[in-house]
Design a protein around this ligand. Structure first.
Ligand code: HEC
Length: 114
């Protein structure tokens, strides 16, 4: 019974339910095998998963690696799959920093004088 409740909760939380590939750290969603195959040979996949960008910026990074880092060319279908995957799973996040800690929760907050 409890298990069923947990399963329903997990299923309704897609972000938590997203499966992560243990060896690459990539989110397992459509296109991830292409990214595993093409994007981990020169640097860690962590460089990919720690990046956030829109489609054009992902494409710019790929073009930069192709122009300067010997990244190979992709056929159009493969490139589209890779970009679809990157934008779906690692989209831009304008504010990735946490909110400031409220002063009342900071250490050493002086007690009000009685
Ligand atoms: C042929 C080698 C090679 C392959 C394959 C490769 N990269 Fe890179 N990539 C590099 C190099 C070199 C750098 C620069 C690393 C550094 O700055 O330390 C880089 C940097 C990056 C960065 C950081 C860019 C930045 O501005 O900080 C990202 C993100 C990235 N690559 C994503 C990818 C993705 C996505 C793929 C697959 C489509 C890929 N890489 C495949 C060589 C490669």
């Amino acid at each position: 019974m409890k298990t069923a409740v947990v399963m329903v909760l997990l299923a309704s939380m897609p972000v938590l339910a997203a499966e992560i590939d243990a060896s690459s750290g990539l989110v397992k969603s459509p296109g991830w095998e292409q990214v595993r195959a093409h994007c981990g040979g020169c640097h860690s996949h962590a460089l990919v998963t720690s990046q956030r960008a829109d489609r054009q910026t992902w494409l710019d990074m790929i073009r930069w690696m192709q122009a300067t880092q010997n990244l190979w060319q992709f056929d159009a279908a493969t490139e589209a799959q890779i970009l679809d995957y990157l934008v779906a799973n690692y989209p831009p996040q304008p504010n990735r920093r946490r909110a400031p800690i409220p002063p009342s929760l900071m250490p050493g907050t002086p007690e009000p004088l009685q």
